[in-house]
Design a protein around this ligand. Structure first.
Ligand code: PLP
Length: 833
């Protein structure tokens, strides 16, 4: 084939739009270029070809999507709905090709057209519809739900602007708007027929109906329309293709326009603009920022649309309303969608005239809640006036839920007023606030944390009274990540090695990685293992050079910390260690230190000054260390800009060492830690989140543990943490802090890092200095292990071997069994009329 378009009808046996063979794919790509892009091969840009290929892949998913919907309806299947304000799905093309099993055929079809698949893959814009771990978790769960053939819908918001792009200028983070939709999104299927109305503001009126029952009518001040935008989510090597359904806000067709005069016209347009603002932009904070009215409006908007959609589908199945919990289950990903408790009650009681007690039973049996944080500043609450102004009917319902709930608590614990105040849905200690975690807990049949330690602490701290009242409702489901994206797609060299060694099938039964342990000491296998890692490090080294100009040696130990920048994640502890090593090497230039390359990546919330200062510090250290002739390349420091899923693909597989150094008790689970482990990185880490389970799986001898435990952190804090004492007792640490304060890493500016040094020395809730000495000592063990190549390789192999538990398939199976009571439904492509 020479790639010139043919206008003849297809001659091959395979239909162009669904055939999986090379020839059918090639025809569809060219057809799409002409019919959808209005371009022809001679003038097509790489982006045109990317779109043509994406549409060809989408065509193949549509066959599956239709069969999937058809089967769910015909089989009366129960559906898992995953409600999340964020879905950090990452680029879709590569993952879809892998899941459909047509990566090689697509590569061949493109080759015949003179095109390179990898080049087209690199063109795809990242749909950055999330901040970090929480949004990425939702995306991994969608992949596993489809792969496990579970009927499922992801529900969220179609942000026009996702998480900002990060640039680094003069060492500082600069935020740039993310225009991911500018060149069109080939994966999105707009469904104007699936649209719902959502009211805001206004007032309520109570009446008595014909049968003498108390009724409330909500008269909103304005109404916004939500339109469904679907993204197909194919499972891996199965026919299941579920949907991610994201809601886009639109102005309601305004009858205001009918009798407008000039002034009203502008008012009407203003309202239209306001309505469209709702789904405009993702809030770029990893944890909620207090009091943003638009954020509460976003939450209510997507939750209301999603619940209305579930009820529409229930009716479509011909089921009565009280069957909702048998046909649907809705998981609340953190408190962001927790208004669902009150909204489902409102719909049932006000709109469907379901008696309160029945409605409450339906609501509780339908909903379940995943908690993601214990940090008090991150627990979502809303000031009463704001809430009442925006959602007047919902606050009444919350008060009624609370009244009935507290009556029950009073019966159970008579006279325990302190307990009542602690458990109330309304915090009345100061200005009144609605506690969203309490609302989610009271309105759910199951509550879970995201790692064993986190679930335990949840029951002992923030939800303690609730766990005491309803112990049977509390669960743990340790997070997981999808091995399709984070191994097969991002580490093809490793995938090939695993296919050769274990045979195919490991990616859907990740516990089979254990078989690798047999080869851990095999010299020939070790050599292949190292060459895969080496190739991945070369790729990252090239990316680093083009993104930052820094030249790094792929033979150095790649020591990587990528995640949102947060004081609790302690990137500054890592920075203190680098300065420690820098000072050692300056003092003893002959020291036989193995070269290390420290790579950082991650975005700081735009309003989080300390996080931004940590980025500046890392870049300041990089500036000094990388070019110091005395260091002679033995330390390299890189801040890789704009950490996102696309960049994650080549960062995790290139790591030798994974930095998981949060203050114990603060990182709920982490999922980055799992991605590193799967790709053969060793972890240096604290006893926090899923690190604990990673260490349990791989064994203490293959994990570099350091630092205070969660209990010890609490004890130190109780007894009064005096960080200056750690500095006074440790000359090295003192000198490191002095050097940072001296302007050495800030071009002579002694003021720049003062807030950071002051924080560490005087009021640091994250105990950086308390863990410093243990961290430095453990890093010495890392260096020692690194010098013993067979030992390090063995440890690396064993990390991958024991990563099986951390597949999101395992996590989704646990949700299905423990919480959702839902089973797979096989989709067949045969006999479609
Ligand atoms: C996995 C992932 C995260 C979460 O990383 P943690 O180390 O668990 O905080 C954040 N951002 C992206 C892009 C990821 O892929």
């Amino acid at each position: 084939m020479d790639g010139t378009p043919t206008f003849e009808s297809p001659t091959s046996a395979e239909p162009a739009r669904s055939g999986l063979g090379v020839e059918a794919l090639q025809r569809d790509i060219v057809d799409n270029l002409i019919c959808l892009q209005a371009r022809y091969p001679e003038i097509a840009t790489p982006h045109d070809w990317y779109m043509a290929l994406a549409y060809a892949v989408r065509d193949r998913m549509m066959t599956r999507r239709v069969a999937t919907t058809h089967t769910y309806v015909a089989r009366d299947a129960k559906v898992a709905c995953y409600l999340s304000a964020e879905f950090l799905i990452g680029p879709q093309l590569g993952n879809n090709l892998i899941n459909l099993g047509i990566e090689n055929n697509a590569r061949e079809a493109l080759q015949a057209l003179g095109l390179d698949l990898d080049e087209l893959l690199s063109i795809e814009e990242e749909p950055g519809l999330g901040n970090g771990g929480l949004g990425r978790l939702a995306a991994c769960y969608l992949d596993s739900l489809s792969t496990l053939e579970i009927p499922a819908i992801g529900y969220g918001i179609r942000y026009e602007f996702g998480i900002f792009d990060q640039e680094i200028r003069d060492g500082w983070q600069v935020e740039v708007t993310d225009k991911w939709l500018q060149k069109g999104n080939p994966w999105e299927i707009l469904r104007p027929d699936v649209a719902f109305y959502v009211g805001f503001g206004g007032r309520t009126e109570s009446t008595t109906d014909d049968e003498g029952r108390f009724r409330v009518r909500w008269i909103p001040a304005y109404t916004v329309k939500g339109v469904a935008c679907d993204t197909p989510i194919p499972g891996f090597h199965v026919n299941t293709c579920n949907s991610l359904r994201l809601w886009k806000s639109e102005a309601v067709e305004s009858f205001d326009l009918q009798d407008f005069n000039a002034g009203d016209y502008y008012e009407a347009v203003h309202e239209k603009v306001q309505s469209e603002t709702l789904s405009k932009v993702l809030y770029p904070n990893d944890e909620p920022e207090a009091g943003k009215r638009l954020r509460l409006a976003q939450q209510y908007f997507f939750v209301s649309c999603s619940l209305q959609d579930m009820l529409r589908l229930l009716a479509l199945k011909g089921e009565p309303i009280d069957r909702l919990p048998d046909m649907f289950t809705a998981q609340l990903n953190d408190t962001h969608p927790s208004i669902a408790v009150a909204e489902l009650m409102r719909i049932l009681v006000d709109e469907r005239q379901v008696p309160w007690d029945d409605a409450w039973d339906i609501t509780r049996r339908t909903l379940s809640y995943t908690n993601h944080t214990l940090l008090p500043e991150a627990l979502e609450t809303w000031g009463l006036p704001l809430f009442q102004g925006l959602l007047p009917r919902l606050i009444e319902i919350i008060y009624e839920i609370n009244r009935r709930f507290l009556d029950d608590v009073r019966q159970r614990y008579p006279g325990d007023d302190a307990r009542i105040a602690r458990m109330s849905l309304i915090d009345e200690s100061g200005a009144k606030r609605v506690r969203m975690a309490h609302l989610a807990t009271v309105g759910s049949h199951a509550v879970n944390g995201v790692a064993a330690l986190h679930s335990k602490l949840l029951e002992e701290t923030v939800l303690r009274d609730f766990a005491e009242l309803w112990p049977e409702r509390f669960h743990n489901v340790t997070n997981g990540v999808t091995p399709r994206r984070f191994m097969m797609l991002s580490n093809p060299g490793l995938a090939k090695l695993l296919d050769d060694g274990l045979g195919e099938g490991w990616a859907t039964d990740l516990s089979r990685l254990r078989e690798l342990a047999e080869y851990a000491d095999d010299a020939a296998f070790q050599a292949r293992w190292r060459s895969v890692k080496q190739a991945n490090k070369q790729i990252l080294a090239a990316k680093i050079q083009s993104a930052t100009g820094v030249v790094v040696d792929p033979a150095a130990l790649f020591d990587i910390q990528v995640k949102r920048i947060h004081e609790y994640k302690r990137q500054h502890l890592n920075a203190l260690y680098i300065v420690t090593q820098y000072m050692r090497l300056r003092r003893e230039p002959q020291l036989p230190l193995a070269p290390r390359c420290f790579v950082f990546g991650g975005k700081a919330a735009p309003g989080y000054a300390m996080a931004k200062l940590i980025i500046r510090l890392i870049n300041g250290i990089a500036e000094v260390v990388n070019d110091d002739p005395a260091i002679n390349g033995r330390l390299k420091v890189v801040f890789f800009p704009d950490f996102n899923v696309k960049n994650a693909h080549f960062i995790y597989p290139a790591a030798d060492l994974s930095e998981q150094i949060s203050t114990a008790g603060k990182e709920a689970s982490g999922t980055g830690n799992m991605k590193f482990m799967m790709n053969g990185a060793l972890t240096i880490g604290t006893l926090d989140g899923a690190n604990i389970e990673i260490r349990e799986e791989v064994g203490d001898e293959n994990f570099f543990l350091f630092g205070l435990s969660a209990d010890e952190v609490e004890r130190v804090k109780r007894e009064g943490y005096r960080p200056a004492e750690y500095a006074n007792a440790n000359r090295k640490l003192r000198e490191v802090l002095e050097l940072i304060g001296s302007g050495h890493f800030s071009r002579g500016d002694r003021e720049m890092f003062r807030p950071l040094v002051d924080n560490l020395l005087h009021h640091d809730p994250f105990l950086v200095l308390a863990d410093y000495a243990a961290y430095v000592a453990r890093q010495e063990d890392v260096s020692l292990a690194w010098r013993d190549v067979p030992r390090w390789t063995r440890m690396s192999i064993l990390n991958t071997a024991y990563a099986g538990k951390f597949s999101s398939d395992r996590a989704i199976r646990e949700y299905c069994e423990q919480i959702w009571n839902i089973r797979p439904v096989k989709i067949s492509l045969e006999r479609r009329s």
